[in-house]
Write a protein that binds this ligand. Structure first.
Ligand code: FUB
Length: 462
């Protein structure tokens, strides 16, 4: 393919509209918190994992990262609920992570064991993708009144860090520089309660009248604190259940807050909750939220989704629709550098196991399994070989690689045999002339006990 044709092909693929929402397919990923860590090129989304069922069943938090907005790396079991000895099972609710100094601090909420109430804990790691461990051995925030959920953390330009949280109430604490304690000289022993007025939140909830909403967008839960051009933004899940997203602005991270309107009005997303975060990444503004739209999804099996938006000239946020299209790629992926098997646009019938300390692998492969990697740029010189590192403890499977879809042109196949559980590198020849930009799809056939297989990384060679 000549250079002009390559460029046309590239542009064509970049503008093509394909459903990118929800972003993750092999797990249900709720309560997203989008974060960029200083000095790191990736956008991270910290979230909790819905297991489905008739109520929230949530036993771990995971983190996913991207550099192109369409392929996401699952960093494995970054923070299991069991990391908090004080936490009761199934209660790993919303969270957010921030870097300060040498550490990443992941604020989460979980029920105290044998108590119906949640508290806010903090875990710490030297890596953004963990694994994280409990920094305190007890909740950081425990008002004992209920509603201590949905922490959002923000470090202002002057270095003061704030933790906001709350269901049916909005509270904040001024975190100390160690990030695991707070200034107890303000508010009620360090907990400041934000007044829930209609001026601040568009409406109020009258708890004496069966939680009747008076006004428009009364605060419910899920605060998200951010700053842009000297203005502070507090977006939140509003209106009672079912939830939509509204927001308020202020000249100070401590308020007073002035209600602005809705960001994501109520619509049929298949989930009675919504939970959002707003982030600027590589020159674009993104709104990250969750829906129940993944097949099999619903109110207790939610998945994060993303919309791009532009701030209005006066700094306000336009109203957004929850789309299936989501956001386009902002970069291509090179097949000529080593790519982790757990970096994908869509993984079906697979699991991602391990963590960043033990190694993260794609596992539980069966004949239904597939992995799609999007927007892969082979360039103008054809690819000649495909390399894979994997381990198998008894199982065998035939790996078939196709371009652009499960029914696309086959470019390679490879028998993956038993390696006695040892991670092993192998390679195969590429069929035909593979150049330009394509999605690549890995499918698995003739599987025998392939669940014992672990895929580590892959790479093409010219
Ligand atoms: O995921 C459990 C709870 O549902 C969250 O903490 C709330 O924000 C709502 O999304």
């Amino acid at each position: 393919m000549n250079r002009t044709l390559h460029l046309i092909c590239m542009l064509g693929l970049w503008v093509s509209v394909q459903a990118q929402n929800p972003c993750i397919h092999h797990l249900y990923t709720a309560d997203p918190a989008p974060v960029i860590h200083e000095g790191n090129d990736s956008l991270y989304v910290y979230c909790d994992i819905d297991e489905g069922g008739r109520f929230f069943t949530m036993n771990e938090w995971r983190v996913f990262s991207t550099v192109d907005m369409v392929n996401w790396t699952d960093h494995g079991s970054a923070l299991p609920l069991s990391a908090f000895a004080w936490a009761g099972k199934n209660s790993a609710w919303a969270s957010q992570c921030v870097k300060r100094g040498d550490y990443y601090y992941w604020y989460v909420c979980a029920q105290k064991d044998k108590d119906w109430k949640h508290g806010i804990g903090v875990a710490r790691s030297k890596k953004p993708s963990g694994p994280f461990t409990d920094a305190l051995g007890r909740p950081l925030i425990w008002t004992d009144t209920g509603g201590d959920i949905d922490p959002t953390v923000f470090i202002d330009d002057d270095g003061q860090a704030y933790l906001y949280w709350g269901n049916n109430k909005v509270m904040y604490a001024r975190l100390n520089p160690d990030m695991i304690s707070y200034d107890t000289s303000v508010g009620d022993n360090g907990w400041v309660t934000v007044p829930m007025t209609a001026q601040s939140f568009g409406g109020v909830k009258d708890n004496d009248k069966e939680k009747k909403i008076i006004g428009r967008d009364a605060y419910e839960e899920g605060p998200w604190l951010s700053k842009r051009d000297g203005k502070y933004y507090l977006s939140y899940a509003a209106g009672g259940v079912p939830e939509h997203i509204a927001y308020s602005m202020s000249d100070s991270p401590e308020g007073p807050w002035l209600y602005q309107g809705q960001v994501m009005p109520l619509q049929d997303t298949g989930s009675f909750t919504n939970h959002s975060g707003v982030i600027d990444y590589k020159g674009k503004s993104y709104f990250v939220y969750h829906t129940g739209r993944l097949p099999g999804g619903g109110g207790f099996s939610r998945s994060f989704a993303i919309e791009e938006f532009r701030y209005n000239a006066d700094g306000t946020i336009p109203e957004l629709k929850a789309t299936d299209a989501g956001v386009p790629a902002i970069a291509t992926l090179s097949p000529y550098i080593r790519q982790q098997a757990e970096t994908m646009n869509c993984g079906e019938h697979i699991k991602v196991v391990g963590n960043e300390a033990t190694g993260v692998y794609v596992s539980d492969i069966s004949e239904n399994s597939s992995i799609r990697v999007k927007n892969v740029d082979f360039g103008i010189k054809k690819a000649k070989r495909f390399l894979l590192r994997y381990a198998s403890d008894g199982g065998r499977v035939l790996l078939v690689i196709r371009l652009d879809g499960k029914d696309g042109v086959e470019i390679a196949r490879m028998q993956l045999g038993d390696t006695n559980g040892k991670l092993t590198e192998c390679s195969t020849r590429i069929q035909g002339k593979v150049t330009g930009i394509h999605d690549i799809v890995f499918t698995f056939e003739e599987a025998s006990e392939a669940g014992t297989m672990k895929l580590d990384w892959w790479q093409f060679r010219r």
